[in-house]
Design a protein around this ligand. Sequence first.
Ligand SMILES: C[S@@+](CC[C@H](N)C(=O)[O-])C[C@H]1O[C@@H](n2cnc3c(N)ncnc32)[C@H](O)[C@@H]1O
Length: 127
Amino acid sequence: MRMNDRQTVARQYQDDGNLSKRIKLHAKHSTSPTAFADWCFAQYSFSENDRILELGCGNGAQWCGRAGNLPAGAMLVLSDLSAGMVEAARQANAGHPRILAQQMDIQAIPYPAESFDRVIANHISHG
Ligand SMILES: C[S@@+](CC[C@H](N)C(=O)[O-])C[C@H]1O[C@@H](n2cnc3c(N)ncnc32)[C@H](O)[C@@H]1O
């Protein structure tokens, strides 16, 4: 599979079906005592009122049950190139007033510089 080919990436991630299967596979067979998302959240350092942008968020499952990690006043934009992923992320975090989901290409971020205090981008090395 050529993961630096935009059409291949679009096909692979048109919805969260393949990604969800891979996440379940890792959860089942990982030998690490710490789930990857828990490890990530242990590295993050958020402050009150932070504006946080996650690029290539996939289905947003990493935030499910962890939205409490957002400090007071902080807001999070979950973004992904794939409309299907954005919809999955929106549904996964529905009801959280400070988590938004938005379709976005990491190569054309539609915000001016300095719009965010923290940017997260995990597992996205595609061209
Ligand atoms: C392996 S998944 C990682 C998802 C999530 N970050 C995680 O760690 O579980 C890669 C994600 O990057 C997204 N992606 C690929 N190219 C992108 C681009 N140019 N801009 C934004 N997202 C992109 C894909 O749609 C996919 O959801």
